[in-house]
Design a protein around this ligand. Sequence first.
Ligand code: MLT
Length: 392
Amino acid sequence: MKVNKNYANLKESYLFATIGKKVREYTAANPDKSVIRMGIGDVTRPLAPAVIGAMQKAVSEMGVAETFRGYGDDYGYDFLRTAISDYYNKKGAEISSAEVFVSDGAKSDVANILDIFASGNTVLVPDPVYPVYVDTNIMAGNKIVYASGNIENNFLPMPDENVQADIIYICSPNNPTGAVYSAEQLKKWVDYATAQNAVILYDSAYEAFICEDLPTSIFQIEGAKNCAIEFGSLSKSAGFTGTRCAYTIVPTELERDGMNLHKLWSRRQNTKYNQLPYIIQRGAEAALLPEGLAQSKTDIDYYMQNAKTISDAISELGIWFSGGKNAPYVWLKCPNNLKSWDFFDLLLEKANVVGTPGAGFGSQGEGFLRLSAFANHENTVLAMKRVKDILG
Ligand code: MLT
C-alpha cells in the first residue's frame, strides 16, 4: 500500500495547533498568570437573540411528527439558500439560490474544492495568507507559486502577466493583514484569471467587517461569474465558529476544461457531504434576516472597537501596522526587527498576551505578528496596557 507522501512536505503541525500547544504548555508551567488570547480569530460574543429564538423554535419542531425533519436538502434548505442569495443581491452581486451550497465551514470548503480540480495544477497563493490554502495544495501535490505581499504594495499583491496560474486564491479582507482590495484591483484579477483561463477561489469570510466603500464580494465585479467561486461564512460575522455554517457560491455558468464546475461541485457534495442540521440552518437563516443582521452588527461594532483599541496602542508605540479598519485583525511589524516567533514568545512570557506569528502565514509574514480583535473589550484594553508596558 502507499500513503499520500505529499503530507511529508507539510510543516509538522497546523499553525493554530502549534500556537495552542505552546500556550497550553506556558499556562501549565505558569498557573498564576492570566493569559489573554488574541491569537486564533475565535469570537467571544454570544449568538444573537434572533438566532437563538429561531433555533429554539426549530428544536421544538424536531420533537413533533408533523414538523420533524430527517436528511436535509442536498445543498441546504431553500429557505437558507434564498436568505444567502438575497444577502448577495442586496449588495449588488447577482446570485441565485441555486448557486449557493450550504456547508459546515469555509475552511472545509476551501480545502474540499480541490476535489473538482485535477492534481498538478499551478496554484497562485498570496503570501502572507490563511495557511489552509497552502497546506491543502501541498496535500494535493499541486505546484504553488506565490504573489508577494509587503509593505510597499500594502499587502495587496497584483497579478503578474508573466506568471501562469490555473487556480488563484484571493482573501479579502485578507487574513492576516486586514488589507482589502478595491473594485479596480479586483477587476484586474478577474481580467487576469479570464486571460489565463484560471479560476479564482475568493475567500470573503471577513466581508462583514468592511466599513469603507470597498467590494464585499467578487461577484460585485463584472466578469467574475465566469471565473470565480466564492466562500463565505457566518463564523465571524454572526458568531458561528462553534455553531458552524458557511456557504460556497459556484456560478451555474462557470466552465473549465469542457466541464461545468457547478455540476462538478454538486456531484461532489452529493457524494461526500451531509447537510447541516435543520436547527442550525434555521439559526443561520435568522442571522441573515434584517433583525439578525442588525443584532450581529452590534457585535461587529464591538469587535471593531477592540480593533481600534489595538491600532491606537500600536500607533502610540510608533510601530508600523495595517488592518484594524475593515477587518478584525491588526497586522504589525515586530519591534526591534524581532522574528515573528521570537516576538510571539516575548509577548506571551512578558505580557501574557497571545498573538499569531506572521511567519505562520507565509515567508513574507516573517517579522510580523497578528493580533485578533475578538477578545472581550476589558481584556483587549488590559492586553494593550501590558504590551505598552513592555514596549513603551
Ligand atoms: C484565524 O485565526 O485565522 C481563523 O480563526 C482560522 C479559521 O477561521 O479557521
